[in-house]
Design a protein around this ligand. Structure first.
Ligand code: SAH
Ligand code: SF4
Length: 420
């Protein structure tokens, strides 16, 4: 594939003959020469301030203040950072910016779901979705533009991977959602240890309470950037979202799972979707590389898994493919065999033009759910949301990126080769 960088990764195992991940860029180069601070860790902000001429002590203080303004208050204009000396603000403004991904389109569903089509500075489109519920509001975040994997029921899988999103583009989705929902704390802030700030932000009734890495892309194939972005999202001085409110969904990149648990420690969701090698090989082709047993063992070994923090198994319901009573019983058997603290999320298949599957009937889904539930495992059926705007998680599509059938077939072949 021409747009795939053959360079080997430093921290990631290889899924096929070549590295399926393009080289990440830490800082987005801008035409005006300014550096975008969004997505950079505090230490890096401090380093850049030192490099630009501040002494170590000043750089550290300014780094802390700027980080707090960016992530705690949602401020991107240095002039509004009122606890920073007036003379300092133009100095910052001449060298740095705090960016956001550009919004191309924003859509609002009848059921309150919101979807945004976003654009990177180098002109690639990706999407995010906000799903409000009675007791929570979940933002579905993308990790890549397109996906190198090729799950047969997933629309993103038909898109060519354009590139990994940077930490700034990943955190930027959360920032944009907060902007759009009007959720930044208001009021005066005199200093960093200000009590008001703390209390204000942990208040209940927030719209955006949870994040799921279930948008476009495979987060564990963009591991470093996803980790860096989530660290910022979890930082107590900024967005301060608890790791218990963040879920990372993987199709089963087994060698990265342990590291993910140790370094990020968020909840894990696994796109299982099938219980036999034959069917999983077909619908989730990474299974040919890392099989079901290996995957479930990695789940059993996942560092933070416990009864309080169960692993979610996602299971898309495909008519006559993976939805029989036997499939449900085998699912139960596997979960018990590996003694997994688990919950099963049954997802009605969301069809897209050109998809070769159909959704299971509601009766079939109910029966499947009962079998799993009767075995003592929670198995809710996910209610489709935002269908009128095509916003279901994992069903994010970019009209601008629609491919011809011939292109899709060629890409599918290339991906098969890549998976080996
Ligand atoms: N790459 C990661 C995360 C993104 S996909 C992964 O595969 O887990 C997020 C979820 O949406 C996955 O469980 C995926 O299988 C599911 N999904 C994808 N396409 C879908 C569709 N057409 N209908 C229902 N669920 C789908
Ligand atoms: Fe990629 Fe996940 Fe879609 Fe599979 S389901 S093609 S891993 S985004």
């Amino acid at each position: 594939m021409a747009d795939i960088d053959p360079q080997l990764p430093t921290s990631m195992p290889i899924a096929g003959h070549f590295d399926p991940v393009v080289t990440p860029r830490a800082v987005t180069a801008r035409a005006d020469g300014k550096i975008d601070l969004l997505g950079l860790p505090r230490t890096e902000i401090t380093r850049l301030f030192t490099e630009a001429g501040l002494d170590a002590k000043a750089a550290k203080l300014r780094g802390k203040q700027v980080f707090h303004w960016i992530y705690h208050r949602g401020i991107s204009d240095f002039d509004s950072m009122t606890d920073i000396a007036k003379a300092m603000r133009p100095w910052l403004d001449a060298r740095f910016v705090v960016g956001r991904p550009e919004i191309v389109v924003s859509q609002h569903s009848e059921d309150g779901t919101r979807k945004w089509l976003l654009r990177t500075a180098d002109d690639h489109e990706f999407e995010m979705v906000f799903i409000p519920d009675a007791d929570r509001g979940t933002l579905c975040v993308s990790s890549q533009v397109g996906c190198t994997l090729n799950c047969r029921f997933c629309h993103t899988g038909t898109m060519r991977l354009v590139r990994n999103l940077t930490p700034g583009e990943i955190v930027g989705q959360v920032m944009l959602a907060r902007d759009a929902l009007g959720e930044w704390p208001k009021g005066a802030m005199d200093g960093l240890d200000d009590e008001e700030a703390e209390g204000d932000y942990s208040a209940d009734g927030r719209l955006l309470t949870n994040i799921v890495m279930m948008g476009m892309g495979e987060p564990l194939y963009n591991y470093d950037n996803v980790r860096d972005a989530l660290k910022i999202v979890m930082d107590g001085d900024g967005l301060a979202l608890s790791k218990r409110r963040i879920t990372l969904s993987t199709s089963g990149v087994v060698p990265m799972m342990e590291k993910c648990g140790e370094e990020i420690g968020v909840n894990l969701a696994v796109s299982l979707h099938a219980v036999t090698k034959e069917v999983r090989d077909e619908i989730v082709p990474i299974n040919r590389k890392y099989g079901i047993e290996q995957l479930l063992q990695a789940c059993a070994d996942y560092p933070s898994a416990s009864n309080a923090r169960r692993i979610t198994f996602e299971y898309v319901m495909l008519k006559d493919k993976n939805d029989s009573d036997d499939d449900a019983r085998e699912l139960v058997r596997l979960i018990k065999q590996y003694k997994l603290p688990a919950k099963v999320n049954l997802i009605p298949f969301n069809p897209w033009p050109g998809a070769i599957y159909e959704c299971s009937t509601p009766e079939r889904i109910r029966r499947f759910s009962e079998i799993v539930f009767d075995a003592g495992i929670s198995a809710p059926v996910r209610t489709p949301r935002g269908r009128d705007i095509d916003a279901a998680c994992g069903q994010l599509k970019t009209a601008a990126q629609k491919m011809s059938r011939a292109d899709q077939d060629r890409l599918a072949e290339e991906k098969q080769v890549a998976l080996g």
